[in-house]
Design a protein around this ligand. Structure first.
Ligand code: ATP
Length: 318
């Protein structure tokens, strides 16, 4: 269990790490006798949008938490640029819904933000008129905008958005992704985003990383969208087929060994498994030959009726 810090990095890596807001190199989190995620190599530069996609339990939130330092990597290295300001929209928020809470107060729950910055952030996300509204009365889209405003008010260098469109309908989703793109352009911040919906994140993402306990494949949206697997799913029908599933050719067993499709078990993955364990931060490989299957058979719907995706009756998960 080795956690390197900046000072331990080999000389060449210093320059690379410095150009990046955050870099993860072969990073992993070990809990309850298993690796939740392992061998993660990724980095985000200013103005860059990196999107993590993958099935439930793939380790997307865990990876995001590692990137921002909420979780400390048990293996590998995580480096963040000096004085990095992070704005975080978590997947879940602990709020006592029995207490009245205005949007204005939500903005300041965890950090002291001036009234001016509060209003500016609410204006940027289009909900300044809701500053004194009750959070529990907000629509799904308004609530996500309030969370985004809360993150923006910190004037972040890096914005980490864990499923920023949860509980939002289709039109609202498109508008939110537009807003996120606009934020990237106007502020120049880097964005690490988690999404279930490959189709919706396409246009605004520089790199898509598919995670399932490890990095399965990655590439530009162009590379991914031109793949035959992507065409099969999204093809002519676009959003109607925005269902994501991923056929993995191997499974990571709780003890760290790998079970392959033919049933064989090995200590490590095969080179052709689509792994990137051998790569290190700063390598922005684009893989056009990824094994990425969308067949709708194991549907991973993005329709908002997932219990934990649901804003529900004004009560995002407490
Ligand atoms: N603190 C923890 N201790 C033990 N296991 C954990 C912990 N946090 C998360 N897990 C487990 O790690 C795995 C990855 O969780 P994570 O929340 O990162 O997945 P995810 O890809 O974000 O999933 P989802 O799409 O469902 O939000 C899950 O199996 C989860 O149950």
């Amino acid at each position: 269990m080795l956690m390197r810090n900046r000072a331990d990095l080999p000389l060449g890596d210093h320059a690379k790490a410095a150009a990046k807001l955050v870099s993860l190199s072969n990073a992993g989190i070990f809990r309850d006798n298993r690796w939740l995620v392992r061998g993660v190599d990724l980095s985000i530069a200013r103005g860059e949008v990196v999107t993590l996609i993958g099935p439930n339990g793939a380790g997307k939130s865990t990876t995001a938490k590692m990137a921002i330092g909420v979780l400390k990597a048990d293996e590998g290295a995580v480096t963040r640029s000096r004085d990095l300001r992070i704005g975080y929209v978590p997947q879940k928020l602990s709020i006592d819904w029995t207490m009245p809470l205005s949007v204005r107060r939500l903005m300041r729950l965890t950090s002291s933000i001036s009234d001016q910055d509060t209003i500016a952030a609410l204006e940027a996300t289009g909900i300044a008129h809701l500053a004194d509204a009750e959070v529990r009365h907000l629509s799904g889209g308004e609530f996500q905008r309030a969370l985004l405003a809360r993150a923006l008010a910190r004037k972040p260098d890096l914005l980490v958005l864990d499923e920023p469109v949860q509980g939002v309908d289709f039109a609202g989703e498109a508008a939110l992704y537009d807003l996120i793109r606009k934020i990237r352009t106007t502020t120049g911040c880097g964005i690490l985003m988690i999404s279930h919906d490959l189709h919706m994140v396409m246009a605004g993402t520089d790199t898509v990383i598919c995670l399932n306990g490890h990095i399965c494949c990655r590439g530009t949206p162009e590379v991914v969208s031109q793949s035959s697997d992507y065409a099969k799913l999204f093809g002519a029908n676009g959003r109607a087929l925005a269902v994501y599933s991923h056929n993995h050719d191997h499974t990571h067993l709780p003890d760290g060994r790998v079970q392959h499709r033919d049933g064989s078990i090995t200590d490590h993955c095969h080179p052709e498994d689509g792994h990137h364990h051998e790569h290190h931060a700063g390598h922005d490989h684009e893989h056009g030959d990824h094994k990425h299957h969308h067949d709708g058979a194991h549907d991973h719907h993005h329709d908002g009726d997932h219990a934990h995706h649901h804003h529900g009756e004004g009560k995002p998960h407490a």
